[in-house]
Design a protein. Structure first.
Length: 334
């Protein structure tokens, strides 16, 4: 952290000196080209909010629009189905590109790709060694914890009351670690700014709980919310005097939200270019990559980002501090 303090302190001293169901479309998208050029999101039958799957599903829909590629979901019920057998069935049904972010399927997908050279896998998240990565297996890092840490840093900088409220749905992916990462970001801001910000954590299992708690806050409060679509159902679109809201996994700026004007900052995945790149290679029949296609470092490659929809409305010094802090998290020595 010493290097981080040195990097960020200068910005602060200048006056707080500065992207398919709940995770997919409501319906399976019907391929409108030959099945042999289909791309499939390989996922569990159980939906877990907070994973990259929601964004990957949207990316595949975009790929369908851009390339006319058939896209659909392949859900695997681990209690009744063997993953390799289900993958073979998917390939036989036209899934030439398999996209996934489920760490339970990583080894099976890598093995499957090594056995079927005329198809491609794009995997987001978890880790895979280059020594066991097939040439037709593309790997992109995911790091929602660093995204949460950025959110905590920003929340502390935005707060005018030396407190921030953190709402996390228990079923949200990595909920306990997200809480710790967010609080670390708050503490990092305090360390370099000389402030003492309290993080008030509220375990939020339902939208009614969230609505009740938000109703007690006013415009001077900052609230960060990590939860699935169901959690946001009771959030008012235009309250008379509500808190400054931060979100996660909302596809902020890419979709119309009923409460969109209220949420200006969100932790988001930014995987579209990797999905579209994979589809382009698939259409050109370039299944194998040499050297291996690897994108480590989610913050470095912006696979995960703290997206701000209206940066011009914020103090430039806070944006400068945030970027300096992001760079310190990217640094290999931190």
């Amino acid at each position: 952290m010493k290097k981080f303090r040195n990097l960020v302190a200068g910005a602060i001293l200048l006056g707080l000196t500065v992207g398919v169901s709940a995770c997919a479309p409501a319906e399976v998208v019907k391929p409108d080209v030959k099945a042999k050029t289909s791309a499939c999101l390989i996922r569990s039958a159980t939906i877990v909010p907070g994973t990259p799957e929601k964004q990957l599903a949207a990316d595949l829909v975009e790929a369908r629009i851009v390339y006319g590629l058939g896209v659909r979901e392949v859900k695997i019920d681990e209690s009744t189905e063997q993953v390799p057998a289900r993958l073979l069935e998917a390939l036989q049904n036209g899934c030439v590109l398999m996209v996934s972010a489920n760490p339970s399927y990583l080894n099976d997908l890598a093995q499957f790709a090594s056995e079927h050279s005329k198809m491609m896998v794009l995997f987001v998240g978890s880790t895979i060694s280059a020594s066991v990565q097939p040439a037709n297996f593309r790997w992109v890092a995911d790091d929602s914890l660093s995204g949460a840490r950025l959110a905590g840093f920003f929340a502390a900088g935005k707060s005018k009351t030396e407190r921030v409220h953190l709402f996390i749905q228990p079923v949200y992916s990595q909920s306990t670690k997200l809480q710790s990462s967010f609080i670390s970001g708050v503490k990092d801001f305090d360390e370099i700014s000389g402030t003492r910000t309290e993080t008030i954590f509220i375990r939020t299992a339902s939208s009614s709980t969230l609505a009740t708690k938000l109703a007690t806050l006013d415009a001077t409060d900052v609230a960060a919310i990590f939860g699935g679509k169901s959690i946001w159902q009771s959030v008012e679109a235009e309250p008379t005097d509500g808190p400054y809201l931060m979100g996660a996994d909302l596809q902020l700026g890419d979709t119309d939200l009923p409460f969109g004007s209220r949420v200006q900052v969100s932790v988001e995945r930014n995987t579209s270019k990797y999905v579209l790149n994979a589809v382009a290679s698939l259409m050109d029949r370039e299944f194998a990559a040499d050297p291996l296609y690897r994108k480590p470092g989610a913050l470095k490659f912006n696979t995960v980002e703290l997206r701000i929809s209206q940066p011009d409305s914020l103090d430039g010094s806070l944006l400068g501090s945030l970027e300096t802090y992001r760079q310190s998290l990217i640094s290999p020595s931190n």
